[in-house]
Design a protein around this ligand. Structure first.
Ligand code: HEM
Ligand SMILES: CC(C)=CCC/C(C)=C/CC/C(C)=C/COP(=O)(O)OP(=O)(O)O
Length: 301
């Protein structure tokens, strides 16, 4: 009798299956995106929409962001196999089939669109779908493989949620939420390039033209300093147009002082730990900055 050898990865427990689906959603990133969308809602003019509509709109934005992340895992599976950081990902390591992942992304997209159409509005649905296409198709399929400016241009998709939140509330496009988009847009290059410096060998092996690979680590560090200074200036705008108060301003000044000093510090140090420290700080930075925006709004009311 022939005994078939069944690889261990085919015997996944329900917990492992769930954790694989959560992993392809990039759940922590999505939670951060939803938080920034929520701040967009909180800062919008009060439309008396009620919290149920707001929660459903945030779920819709979250589902479409998770769908975008799942498509990114499918499209990038060959690249992911070549990089130490990503080779254990569920699709790259064949623990999750492409068909199941595609089906999952499709279900998330349909649910996300339905939630936004029912509880939000058509403009918000179209813009969120635009962000999905921007990240999952334009960035992942084309820009990532084509130019070291990939994450600068592609960063616009990830920067959209505050605008999406605002539009879900108001149904119209207006200037103030674009300032919040500009903050995340300017934050993205130092956020990512810090990690790319530490993982340069990975990107080189996968033949992905990230800035440290194409232009070297020293030049990338200079770009990080330039963007962190620009970020410091952009962060002043919400206060200058009266969108926020002293809590935000003082938090922003402190956070940006740390960001710029860590960026300059990175320039003078060779170690990967310094780069990873800046990457990790960039995440705490954005979290605290947006919470400060919320506290200010709450105090101003
Ligand atoms: C094109 C734009 C962006 C690029 C290229 C990028 C890149 C990355 C990469 C490569 C990681 C590491 C993931 C891992 O370890 O598997 C990461 C982590 C993270 N990013 Fe970004 N990012 C971008 C935009 C954003 C945006 C817009 C947000 C939120 C507003 C965000 C929030 C986070 C968070 C919270 C993590 C930590 C995830 C974890 O610990 O699992 N990123 N980012
Ligand atoms: C609808 C909507 C708001 C969509 C936003 C989509 C989204 C999840 C944006 C986050 C960007 C992100 C985590 C990029 C990672 O880059 P990468 O894919 O090159 O990194 P990797 O090597 O870790 O896969």
């Amino acid at each position: 009798m022939t005994v078939l050898h069944v690889p261990a990865k085919w015997h996944l427990s329900p917990k492992q299956v769930l954790s694989n689906y959560l992993a392809i959603c990039k759940i922590k990133v999505v939670l951060m995106l939803v938080l920034t969308a929520w701040i967009g809602i909180a800062l919008a003019p009060d439309m008396q929409r009620g919290w149920v509509s707001q929660v459903m709109s945030l779920l819709g934005i979250g589902f479409l962001s998770a769908a975008a992340a799942a498509i990114n895992h499918i499209v990038d599976r060959e690249i992911d196999k070549k990089m130490a950081r990503t080779r254990h990902r569920p699709i790259a390591s064949a623990q999750l089939s492409i068909t199941n992942a595609l089906l999952f992304a499709l279900i998330l997209s349909i649910l996300g669109c339905a939630l936004l159409i029912i509880w939000s509005n058509l403009l918000c649905t179209i813009l969120t779908l635009g962000a999905l296409v921007g990240y999952a198709v334009i960035y992942t399929l084309f820009l990532k493989r084509a130019t070291p400016q990939n994450i600068v241009i592609g960063g616009l998709a990830g920067a959209m949620p505050p605008l999406l939140g605002w539009v879900s509330e108001t149904g119209t496009l207006s200037a103030p939420p674009w300032l919040l988009v500009m903050i995340i847009f300017t934050w993205t290059p130092p956020h990512f390039w810090a990690l790319a410096i530490a993982r340069k060998n990975d990107y080189q092996r996968a033949n992905i033209p990230m800035l440290p690979v194409t232009h070297g680590v020293a030049f990338t560090k200079l770009c990080i300093i330039a963007y962190s200074v620009l970020l410091g200036i952009v962060c002043l705008l919400p206060y200058l147009i009266g969108m926020s108060g002293w809590v935000y301003l003082s938090s922003a000044c402190l956070l940006n002082a740390v960001f710029i000093s860590k960026s300059i510090n990175l320039y003078w140090h060779q170690s990967e730990q310094q780069a990873m420290a800046l990457f990790r700080f960039s995440i705490s930075y954005l979290l605290i900055l947006f919470i400060a925006l919320f506290i200010d709004q709450w105090l101003l009311q």
